[in-house]
Design a protein around this ligand. Structure first.
Ligand SMILES: Cc1cc2nc3c(=O)[nH]c(=O)nc-3n(C[C@H](O)[C@H](O)[C@H](O)COP(=O)(O)OP(=O)(O)OC[C@H]3O[C@@H](n4cnc5c(N)ncnc54)[C@H](O)[C@@H]3O)c2cc1C
Length: 392
């Protein structure tokens, strides 16, 4: 499975030792059932377990806690590889690693890390991360779920919407308001984060959502009905979780950018091969300049997006501010991915519109990348804000 064009960076020995066997596994075990899972929506539990054994569910978890101890750039490469074969699985892997595990890596204390990260790193437990609510999507600081103090800790009440791994999750990181924002403070002031096991009484899962794409990724609303957790469930400082949420989302956006690129790359490869084989007006489609130019545009945009993803990952790994770079990587990766899938449908003509040729699945799957973890419009807002700040 080639990259879109020759990558400008050499994979390190560690990256090669993960990506090589991963590609083999994806080809042999994941690709054959991807179409059927898209039809049935079945969650690939056994594939997840096998990937867990390969380290894919603990990408950035330190090795001493059972993880693969990889950096953000390598994690993005892994997500791109998986997305190029099965978008649903890519979202499962990306959200588990970047959101639930990502939040623990950002905010958990030593005891919390020892308790939660080992079972997450091996996929013994899958991670879910619950920020979005029916009344709080892009405006996440408007969340209304409340955590009130009890003698032993907190009681959480409220509802969450669109939670990936909502049903199959074994560990939930949940954002809830522990106090109203102080006068003059930002609205995000007073929001806290909690980690709790899936079997906690009072945590109720709704029916999995029926979606346009990513059908074998599990998306479920949640209801918290006085869910009692101990004081040890609090992640980071009470009332100050929103800064951690922003950091978690910046990491997640790098992964979603990579996911868009992986799907776009799969579409480009299908379109390229088709254009070489299919003949109309006496020659291969690829000889018609209008078709060849489409392929050129797809390849260039995907490569540009990959460079932005790698830049944002490098900044994150260097401990530098990457808010702007991650927003750009997410925006470019998702838009380039969706556009490549759309162009691939066009190159395949009527066949592109048929399920058998798969590019329509790539498009349906890729479409989410322009919505989840901050829509295109929210990325534009962040990019404009961060850019204008540099001029002040
Ligand atoms: C498959 C799937 C998986 C998801 N997984 C998770 C998960 O695991 N955990 C989680 O917490 N959430 C998850 N989400 C939620 C996702 O992050 C939200 O859907 C997303 O942030 C947008 O929120 P919304 O859907 O409420 O849209 P809204 O915020 O209602 O936005 C609707 C439209 O208005 C635009 N808009 C809103 N505000 C502005 C503004 N200020 N300026 C310009 N335009 C604006 C938006 O860009 C969008 O186009 C998931 C969603 C989906 C579909």
């Amino acid at each position: 499975m080639p990259q879109t064009v020759t990558a400008w960076f050499e994979l390190t020995a560690d990256q090669r030792s993960l990506v090589g066997p991963l590609r083999e596994f994806l080809k042999a075990e994941v690709a054959p059932g991807a179409v059927q899972r898209d039809e049935t929506g079945e969650f690939p539990a056994s594939i997840v377990q096998e990937l867990g054994a390969m380290g894919v569910f603990g990408l950035q978890v330190p090795e001493e806690l059972g993880g693969a101890g990889l950096d953000t750039a390598t994690s993005a490469l892994v997500i791109e590889e998986i997305a190029a074969v099965d978008g649903s699985l890519a979202l499962t892997v990306a959200s588990h690693n970047s959101l639930c595990v990502g939040h623990l890596l950002v905010a958990a204390d030593a005891a919390q890390r020892r308790e939660w990260l080992p079972p997450l790193a091996t996929a013994e437990r899958l991670g879910a991360w619950a920020l979005t609510e029916p009344g709080a999507g892009s405006d996440a600081a408007a969340l209304a779920t409340k955590a009130t103090r009890t003698s032993e800790g907190y009681a959480i009440t409220g509802s969450k919407q669109f939670i990936t791994q909502g049903t199959v999750g074994g560990v939930y990181v949940v954002m809830a308001r522990t106090a109203e924002a102080a006068p003059g403070a930002a609205r995000s002031d007073g929001i806290s984060a909690f980690v709790l096991p899936g079997e906690t009484p009072g945590l109720m899962r709704g029916k999995p959502e029926k979606k346009l794409g990513l059908r074998s990724s599990d998306t479920t609303p949640l209801v918290f009905d006085g869910v009692r957790v101990g004081g040890g469930a609090l992640l980071g400082r009470e009332g100050a979780a929103f800064a951690d949420v922003a950091r978690v989302l910046s990491g997640g956006r790098i992964g979603i950018g990579a996911m868009g690129i992986g799907l776009g790359r799969a579409a480009l490869e299908k379109a390229g091969r088709y254009a070489l084989e299919r003949r109309q007006f006496g020659q291969a489609l690829a000889k018609h300049q209008a078709v060849a130019f489409k392929l050129a545009e797809m390849a260039t945009e995907l490569e540009a997006a990959r460079l932005l993803v790698m830049k944002a990952a490098a900044l994150r790994d260097a401990g530098r501010d990457h808010t702007l770079a991650a927003a750009m990587a997410k925006l470019k990766g998702s838009v380039a991915g969706v556009n490549a899938c759309d162009a691939a449908i066009q190159v395949l003509g009527g066949y592109g519109y048929l399920r058998d040729y798969e590019v329509e699945r790539y498009w349906r799957d890729a479409r989410l990348t322009r919505i989840g973890e901050g829509t295109d419009e929210i990325q534009h807002l962040i990019i404009a804000r961060e850019y204008l700040r540099q001029l002040e």
